[in-house]
Design a protein. Structure first.
Length: 138
């Protein structure tokens, strides 16, 4: 798996970041980038929780549930990388020639050639390639 590092240093622009509320769990939100281009390290939750009305104000009737802003401080979490899975693939069977001239061809070893003999063959190919390269230059 390869990763690509993307530097986006455009402070003030919008981006989508993922946060985790201790009550409501993970959520993503469109936020404004900080001065260094990163998203804010925490945001307040905008969900609501049902609380007992008597706990919120003195005139509240005990037992009456009412929505109250959650407002928990939610830290930034690293979101899962976008993984692209293929539904299927075609397996390449059989033999094929090396795709690149510098690609090692280890098929003779698989066919039973001793490794020392194969290395000698590779050295010979390298010498010939260098010889061709030197002839081109001169
Ligand atoms: Zn919350």
């Amino acid at each position: 798996m390869t990763f690509t590092i993307k530097l986006r240093l455009s402070p003030g622009s919008r981006m989508t970041a993922e946060y985790e509320c201790p009550v409501h769990g993970r959520f993503s939100r469109s936020v404004q980038r900080r001065f260094d281009g990163d998203p804010p390290i925490d945001v307040h939750c905008e969900q609501t929780v049902d609380v007992d009305a008597a706990a919120v104000w003195d005139g509240g009737v005990p037992g009456n549930r009412m929505p109250f802003p959650c407002d928990e401080l939610c830290p930034l979490v690293i979101s899962a990388p976008a993984v692209h899975m293929s539904i299927g693939y075609v397996a390449h069977t059989g033999r094929s020639d090396p795709h690149h001239p510098n690609q090692l061809d280890t098929r003779p070893i698989a066919d039973g050639m001793p490794v020392s003999e194969w290395r000698a063959l590779q050295d010979k190919k390298d010498r010939e390639a260098r010889w061709k390269q030197n002839r081109k230059v001169t």
